[in-house]
Design a protein around this ligand. Sequence first.
Ligand code: SAM
Length: 309
Amino acid sequence: MHIPVMLNECLEALITDPKGIYVDGTLGNGGHSAEMLKQLDDGGMLIGFDRDIDAIERVQEKLKSGEGRRVELVHDNYANMAEQLDRLGIQKVNGLLLDLGVSSFQLDIAERGFSFMKDAPIDMRMDQQAGQTAGELVNTASEQELADIIYRYGEDRASRRIARAIVEARSKVEIATTLQLAGIVERAKGGRKGKKTHPATQTFQALRMAVNDELAGIEQVLETMMDRMVEGGRMAVLTFHSLEDRLVKQFFARHVPREESLQEGGVKRIFEEPPAKWIWKKPLIATDEEQAVNPRSRSAKLRAVEVGG
Ligand SMILES: C[S@@+](CC[C@H](N)C(=O)[O-])C[C@H]1O[C@@H](n2cnc3c(N)ncnc32)[C@H](O)[C@@H]1O
């Protein structure tokens, strides 16, 4: 079961006009989308993206056009959102939601290779039909490249040690499965040391972010969609770790005007076009009740802006 994170908060941030056009960039199991659709009236439209064809197929039944509301599902990277909107003949939208990261479905299906809890080939591609797998990366990248990836995307200070252990292990035998890789990382880090999180957590996150080029995709969708929002349109992003959150926060902050005093008197508003304002000054986190029932919500932060002004 994939329980949508901070569902009410997302809807509250996003839906300002029930006849508007709303985009869910990360359909997953369609949890947020289904509720967004319910809030739309005659003439409203929902466009859902996922680069995972399984997600598109899974939600097709759940999210259908009807009762005056239109639904379009798009199998593509959200980085290509602007081109896809052009194809659909849509210039501007009222709201955009991004719920970043992997879905519980992707984690639960062993063959997708995202999880170090289940033994399977190391795949980790969100789009199973394109690109290099994490297994190919682990077995071919240089020691330096691996160390950089694990340091940059996993923020693991043992990155060099882990990269060396990977290269040493693969010189004897190909690193074929998730558990094999998790074991190599665990040993390189000197075991569990009583910690709750598995020592391979950050390495797995780093490899996933690298093969899916995640940060570049987020930057690109935010950049292009800023210019595709109606005046007063809303963008809401759920992030799950500090790298994502930092990127989103800094991106939005560049659009929120700051006032600088001028020598000759008066003030100047400094911002990147188009201007935006925070819907909440601080990111929202899930309530204690939600965190108790949905562990995935524990690391979530919701940031949202209104575009225009
Ligand atoms: C956390 S899940 C979304 C869950 C959804 N909000 C729900 O309530 O069911 C994230 C989804 O986004 C998809 N995704 C991640 N990065 C993507 C990208 N760059 N383009 C399109 N879809 C992406 C993943 O394949 C996954 O299905």
